[in-house]
Design a protein around this ligand. Structure first.
Ligand SMILES: NC(=O)C1=CN([C@@H]2O[C@H](COP(=O)(O)OP(=O)(O)OC[C@H]3O[C@@H](n4cnc5c(N)ncnc54)[C@H](OP(=O)(O)O)[C@@H]3O)[C@@H](O)[C@H]2O)C=CC1
Ligand SMILES: O=C(O)CCC(=O)C(=O)O
Length: 411
């Protein structure tokens, strides 16, 4: 199953439960616009490098389209299409006034110097500035991009359209960003992990957690859960997995990464395991927080964790999702688990447009409120309708988007 077929599969399953008619299904599934552009820039050596950039604008029935930019060599139109559709449902699940979009460039950011990353980003915005905007489509960080990338996007967009901080979120706090956006996705993952543990009557102190990916999302989720006294026993990045049975010192791992070119390589306070083994550890909670599709038909039988929190987008293939459901694994889906990032993006955007300001405590409080409300709604529906949390989350999201779409009509 291709990436976009996976999103369609979950969508159809929820649409069946809701009784959505065929005509509405087509309106909700077919993206409004798909953009593919050539992105050429001058390298530090004075050569011309050329890459492909994408932006898929999936749906705007509930508001401007919203979603991150990903820089990764595996980016392609199919993946971006699927991630854009997920954004439409995600923003509806947490009930913020947005539609969904996603974009990216098929480039390995680790091969770019900082100045090359700036040039490729500005060239990308040159190509798409006329189809994004604070009322149209608002990018944000995703894999391989960060607050610095968002600052370049705002600056480049402003060259064409004048001062407009609301065109992009996830900006540096010193440049129209909001305190708490950087940690928001990982923090939201942490908040909901504790909620799941609470519902299952498990104590954080007796919970062993493994987290794949130690970038923005993985590291902040690890910190939040360690602060809540969970035992984070394994973390990983492309250099491999790092395991310590009695719990890792997460702050020490973060310090190591900060001082070591963003890599866990050489982290000595843990036993090193081959990267893939992390997914198969005998832990209570598994949090994939890196790439999509990492739990699939070939490895799902070896996944032992009874609870999976999808911090990454689409980390579980639909074939594996079915197998996990049959063996009773509790899976909190991406469109709910990692919605903390876009939620705080919404706070940032609203404040950019109205020139007011929340402090970190207020941002955290509002994030917790929005995430908790969405969690309760999805959890209760899942119990009431005897469907998985993924199907329940899709049902909540699709119902809201379908209502808005019906109200708009076809004028
Ligand atoms: N940033 C955000 O706000 C949001 C992100 N997400 C999703 O969360 C996931 C992670 O995003 P984010 O943290 O921003 O990305 P980052 O680029 O900050 O971090 C990605 C992390 O994954 C690691 N990684 C990459 N490939 C592998 C692999 N094969 N095995 C183990 N680790 C690997 C990277 O390692 P290395 O550094 O060594 O390359 C890095 O530690 C993505 O799926 C993204 O779509 C979802 C919602 C919002
Ligand atoms: O913060 C945002 O607007 C988007 C975050 C994102 O791309 C995601 O949730 O997958």
């Amino acid at each position: 199953m291709k990436s976009s077929e996976a999103a369609q599969f979950y969508f159809s399953r929820a649409a069946d439960q809701l009784g959505v008619n065929e005509s509405m299904r087509r309106r909700l599934m077919i993206p409004r616009r798909e953009i593919q552009v050539q992105v050429s820039f001058e390298t530090d050596k004075g050569e011309v490098a050329t890459y492909v950039g994408y932006r898929v604008q999936h749906n705007n029935a509930r508001g401007p389209m919203k979603g991150g930019f990903r820089y990764h060599p595996q980016v392609d139109l199919d993946e971006i299409r699927s991630l854009a559709a997920l954004m439409t449902v995600k923003t509806a699940v947490v009930n913020i006034p947005y539609g969904g979009a996603k974009g990216g460039i098929a480039v390995d950011p680790r091969t770019l110097s900082l100045t090359e990353k700036e040039r490729i980003t500005r060239k990308f915005i040159d190509q798409i500035h006329d189809v994004i905007g604070p009322d149209i489509d608002i990018p944000a960080p995703d894999m391989g991009t960060d607050s610095q990338t968002m600052a370049w996007i705002m600056s480049q967009y402003n060259k064409y359209h004048g001062f407009n901080p609301g065109v992009v979120t996830g900006k540096p706090v010193e440049y129209y960003g909001i305190p708490g956006r950087e940690e928001a996705t990982g923090r939201g993952v942490g908040i909901l992990t504790l909620k799941v543990l609470g519902r299952l009557g498990r104590k954080p102190q007796q919970t062993r957690v493994a987290i794949q990916g130690f970038g923005n999302v993985g590291s902040h989720a690890a910190k939040y859960l360690a602060d809540a006294e969970c035992k984070v026993v394994a973390i990983s990045d492309v250099s491999g997995a790092y395991y310590r049975a009695d719990g890792l010192d997460v702050l020490s791992a973060i310090r190591h990464v900060n001082q070591n070119n963003n890599s866990l390589a050489g982290f000595k306070e843990a036993e090193k395991l081959p990267g893939d083994q992390l997914l198969e550890l005998d832990v209570d909670v598994l949090i994939p927080a890196a790439l999509g599709g990492v739990i699939h038909e070939a490895n799902v039988d070896r996944v032992k964790a009874p609870i999976i929190i999808e911090a990454a987008n689409e980390p579980v293939r639909p074939e594996a999702d079915e197998i996990l459901a049959n063996k009773g694994t509790l899976l909190l889906p991406d469109i709910l688990a990692n919605a903390g990032g876009v939620t705080v993006s919404y706070f940032e955007w609203a404040q950019n447009r109205q020139f007011y300001h929340w402090n970190l405590d207020r941002v955290r409080q509002e994030l917790e409120r929005v995430m908790s409300q969405a969690f309760e709604t999805v959890w209760d529906l899942s119990r009431a309708r005897k469907v998985s949390l993924r199907t329940a989350a899709f049902m909540v999201g699709i119902e809201r988007v379908a209502k808005a779409t019906a109200l708009i009509g076809v004028a």
